[in-house]
Design a protein. Structure first.
Length: 162
């Protein structure tokens, strides 16, 4: 069994930017995974799925490279603002340094590049990016983004089980 991480990131206090948290919650429910009280509490391991870990953070940071390097495969989950044409976009990620116009923004490609450079290994990596439409100061998703929750969860489950 491959050691697998589903890693969501974004800000649950900024409406659709928090889609990753909602997706992780739905994936956890699908797999009978123990549910945390909030995104800040973190997910506990599941006896039913010992090779699967779920994790959530506000953003990616270089310190995560060590943890990422210990997995065989990783699926990152994030919101996008229309930079790709699909509302639910799924792509393979290759290790590479990617510049960002935001100094606080690290990409999955850069993070797995760091894992490979620093720890000698990088997982087979994918990114599922879900279209966000509204980024107000709310904990709930917009109606448009909420409608993408089930297709995104189904894509992740398909990826995990195959």
């Amino acid at each position: 069994m491959q050691k697998t991480l589903i890693f969501g990131y974004g800000n649950p206090d900024r409406q659709d930017d928090g889609i990753a948290w909602h997706i992780l919650d739905a994936v956890a429910r699908s797999f009978n995974y123990p549910l945390p009280g909030s995104w800040e509490d973190g997910f506990q391991p599941s006896a039913d799925h010992p090779g699967l870990e779920l994790s959530f953070a506000l953003q990616l940071v270089p310190e995560m490279a060590e943890t990422i390097s210990t997995f065989d495969r990783v699926c990152f989950v994030d919101a996008h603002t229309g930079r790709v044409p699909e509302e639910v976009h799924f792509e393979k990620v290759s290790p590479e340094i990617q510049n960002s116009p935001f100094t606080h923004h690290m990409t999955p490609a850069t993070l797995i590049y760091l894992a490979r450079a620093m720890y000698g290994t990088a997982p087979d990596t994918f990114l599922i990016s879900i279209r966000g439409y509204e980024f107000g100061f709310l904990h709930s998703l917009s109606e448009k983004t909420a409608s993408l929750l089930t297709p995104a969860v189904n894509q992740i489950i398909e990826w995990y089980t195959h």
